[in-house]
Design a binder for this molecule. Structure first.
Ligand SMILES: CSC[C@H]1O[C@H](OP(=O)(O)O)[C@H](O)[C@@H]1O
Length: 381
């Protein structure tokens, strides 16, 4: 299949397309985002001049994905500080933009703490702003490094679990360069397998209702020349039954202290299918996703999103009559259940891969030991 996106301008690889960057044009510093709601048809950038623009971009999923939300939150605090807005107001609004991905509040907290420390040491607000920006840039670099290390650990795990190579991997939602300062989390492992010649097939769940798989993972797989096949979420079961899945690779938005994993809705059913079919179910996430202060899965706040995301589809060529500006696919007035995430218990998780290595089996003790070893006592919003 010709790369239909190649004609959309310079054929840049996703890993070369910054999902986020800080720029300092003459008119003042800005945060530039690749608007993920416009992909794959259009590569459009959003230029944010204040934290409120970033809050809206987070809420609309123009910028999304746990690690990237942390980076965006940190840059948002720096942007507010540099432009002279109230840093605490900006930090609170950014941290509250979406509730489930702990990375967001971690990033906001790190930039705010850097600002406050600089000012407390006698620095003026400008020095505080520089400290906040330095913290955001450090988080950005750390995440890129974490992504590369997770890719290595994850590929080693796949090779260990699946001797003989030719891995057929199923993934859910989007976990590539579009969620990361680097090449992503779970997708980065699949990409490493591809580059090593050991990815036989990448099965891509479309991931209703916002289609992060169809729109974003397929886009990233195509741009990286990977052999991928898109499927509806409800087709995954028949794929397992046919013996076509060797491993499941997913990301995470929050990992509780007991090892429960909050991730895009539809992840939990995959974990149950994987267990039933004796297929490894692997979670790939940086330690900034682990929240030691959230004791278990029941304590994780799962974001509930607007019903129109379920009852409507966006179809630019069609008249839009729905509440969400889309084309209704259900009777007007239909109520919809639309949790953005679900929670998988640790006993269904074969392994958690982080930048520090692999945890298997997944226990609270092993998780705490890894966080302590990395000098991260577990994140707190
Ligand atoms: C590994 S971060 C990507 C993670 O974030 C996604 O959620 P959203 O698209 O709503 O930000 C999904 O849970 C992915 O696994």
């Amino acid at each position: 299949m010709a790369d239909q996106y190649a004609q959309s301008g310079e054929d840049k690889r996703p890993s070369e397309i910054p999902a986020i960057r800080w720029e300092e044009p003459p008119e003042g510093p800005v945060v530039v985002l690749l608007d993920q709601t416009r992909l794959p048809a259009e590569e459009v950038e959003l230029v944010c001049t204040d934290a409120s623009a970033l809050v809206e971009a987070i809420r609309s999923l123009a910028v999304r994905g746990a690690p990237l939300l942390g980076i965006a939150g940190a840059y948002g605090v720096a942007l507010a500080a540099v432009r002279g807005f109230d840093v605490d107001d900006a930090a609170d609004a950014l941290a509250g933009a979406r509730p489930t991905a702990v990375n967001l509040s971690v990033g906001v907290r790190r930039a705010r703490a850097a600002y406050r420390a600089a000012v407390a040491e006698g620095g003026d607000p400008a020095q505080g702003a520089r400290a906040a920006l330095a913290a955001a840039r450090q988080l950005h670099r750390e995440d890129a490094e974490a992504s590369a290390r997770m890719a290595g650990h994850g590929l080693a795990l796949l090779d260990e679990l699946l001797p003989g190579g030719g891995h057929r991997v199923l993934t859910h939602c989007n976990t590539g360069a579009l969620v990361s300062g680097g090449e992503g989390t779970a997708f980065a492992v699949a990409l490493a397998a591809h580059r090593a010649g050991r990815l036989r097939r990448l099965w891509v769940d479309e991931t209703r209702p916002l289609l992060q798989g169809a729109r974003l993972t397929a886009y990233e797989a195509a741009r990286n020349g990977m052999g991928y096949t898109l499927l509806t979420d409800n087709a995954a079961g028949s794929l397992f039954a046919a013996g076509e899945v060797d491993a499941v690779l997913v990301g995470a938005d929050r990992i509780a202290a007991d090892g429960s994993v909050a991730n895009k809705v539809g992840t939990y059913p995959l974990a149950v299918l994987a267990r039933y079919h004796h297929v490894p179910f692997i979670v790939v996430a940086p330690l900034t996703t682990v929240d030691a202060q959230t004791p278990d899965g029941a304590s994780i706040e799962v974001e509930q999103r607007p019903g129109y995301e379920v009852t409507e589809v966006s179809a630019p060529q069609a008249p839009v009559t729905g509440a969400g500006g889309g084309v209704p696919v259900a009777p007007l007035g239909t109520q919809a259940y639309n949790p953005a995430f679900d929670v998988t218990p640790p006993e269904l998780v074969t392994a958690i891969v982080t930048e520090e290595g692999t945890i298997s089996p997944v226990t609270a003790e092993a998780l705490a030991e890894m966080c302590a070893g990395a000098g991260q006592g577990g994140q707190r919003s």
